[in-house]
Write a protein that binds this ligand. Sequence first.
Ligand code: 13P
Length: 250
Amino acid sequence: MRKKIVAGNWKMNKNSEQTEILLNELIAQIPASCDAKVIVAPTFVNLASAVNHLKNTPIGVSAQNMHQAASGAYTGEISADMLKNIGVNTVILGHSERRAIFHETDALIANKVETALQNDMNVIFCFGEELKDRQSQNHFNIVENQLRDGLFHIQKKDWEKIVLAYEPVWAIGTGETASPEQAQEMHEFIRETVRKSFGSDVAEDVSILYGGSVKPDNAKEIFSKSDVDGGLIGGAALNAKDFIAIVTAF
Ligand code: 13P
C-alpha cells in the first residue's frame, strides 16, 4: 500500500536543546489523527535523544546519511549498525547536498543502499536534476540514470523498504518550488520508470515524495497531485508551526 509521508530533513541545524524544544513542539501540535506518516531527521548527535523523546508518539526518526561499510577506519563516519543500535531504522541516502558537496556518486549511493537493505533499514532515496539539466531538457534522462545507477540493483522484494524523494536541485533552499504540474509530470515519469523495471505492483506501491521549497502555502496544491505521496521538507521543517501546517495539508 502506498503511504503518505511527510519527512523533515533538519540538515545541520539545531543543537541538543533546540532539538528538544522542536520535538516537544511537534509532539504537542501533531494532530491526533493524521493521514500522513511523519518522520524527522535530526543530526547524528541528537538521534538517540530524538528516539527516546518520540517513543510512544506517531513521529518516526530517520538519519540523514550513513557509511556503507560495516565498521573500520573511517574517521568521522557512522555505520548502519550504530544507527540500528539506538533505534533508528530509516536513513536518507543520495541527498543532493551529499552528492554535490561531499562528492557522493551514484555508485557510492548504490553501495549505501545495499548496506542499508542488508541491515533491514528503510531508505529514503533522494535524487533530482540540476537547473542546467532542466534548461537543456535533459531532466528526465538525469533522473532515470540516478534511479538506475543508484537504486535499481535492488531486488523486487526490497522495494517495501524504499521511499523515493524527488528533489530538483534548483528548488532546494531557493524558495523556488517546482509547480504542482512539474512535480506531477516528473513523479509520473518516475513511477513509469519503476514500472518498466519492477512491474506495476511495485510502481503502484512505492511512495514518491517531492522535496524543494515545500511551504505551508504550497503544500496542499503539490500534495493534491495523484503521483505525489508526500514531501521531504528542509527549511520549513525547522519550525513546528510550518511543519505541522504542511503535515495537515493532506
Ligand atoms: P528545502 O525545503 O529547504 O528547499 O529543502 C528541501 C530538502 O533538501 C529536503 O531534503
